[in-house]
Design a binder for this molecule. Structure first.
Ligand code: SF4
Ligand code: SF4
Length: 153
């Protein structure tokens, strides 16, 4: 099993600092990979990252909700070109740095959202195949993203 970062992630970065195996990596380029991602092959299922996320974006893989009921006001972020995600977001991360995302939307109270499609990107970002994407490999930078200068904005 692994833990999964979902589209409720707003790149706060708090989770990165507590992971004992350093398997959480910022998505780059953020237009394609807007969240942070957990390497499923390295995650040891300790759960330490979960309480660090101010947006409650992290779940054990088998508990990612297929019917997440929004409290209202949550911001969901997606790759460029995702229909319905056309609002810019600006906030601050764990260190007080500005975070800007271009492709987001704000959830309404009571809205039901399936977050399970957010599972495969955590695999694909690290080049790990996922059955939902068989025949359609789409690999991200994985740990190579750590070699890039970190630009929260
Ligand atoms: S703490 Fe939450 S919002 Fe911040 S990077 Fe981790 S999952 Fe994303
Ligand atoms: S569950 Fe533990 S090992 Fe897995 S990503 Fe979170 S902090 Fe890291």
């Amino acid at each position: 099993m692994t833990y999964i970062i979902t589209s409720l992630c707003l790149r706060d970065s708090g989770c990165v600092e507590v992971c004992p195996v350093e398997c959480i990596v910022p998505g780059q380029p953020r237009e394609e990979w807007p969240w942070f991602y957990i390497d499923p092959d390295t995650c040891i299922d300790c759960g330490a990252c979960v309480p660090e996320c101010p947006y409650e974006a992290i779940f054990p893989e088998d508990e990612v909700p297929d019917a997440y009921e929004a409290a209202g006001g949550e911001v969901q972020s997606m790759p460029a070109g995702t229909p319905g995600f056309d609002q810019p977001y600006e906030g601050t991360n764990h260190h007080g740095d500005t975070v800007r995302l271009q492709y987001t939307r704000v959830l309404e109270a009571g809205e039901i959202v399936d977050l399970t499609p957010d599972i495969p990107p955590n695999y694909l970002y690290f080049g790990v195949d996922h059955p939902d994407y068989e025949g359609e490999p789409k690999y991200g930078m994985g740990y190579d993203a750590l070699e890039m200068p970190y630009e929260p904005d």
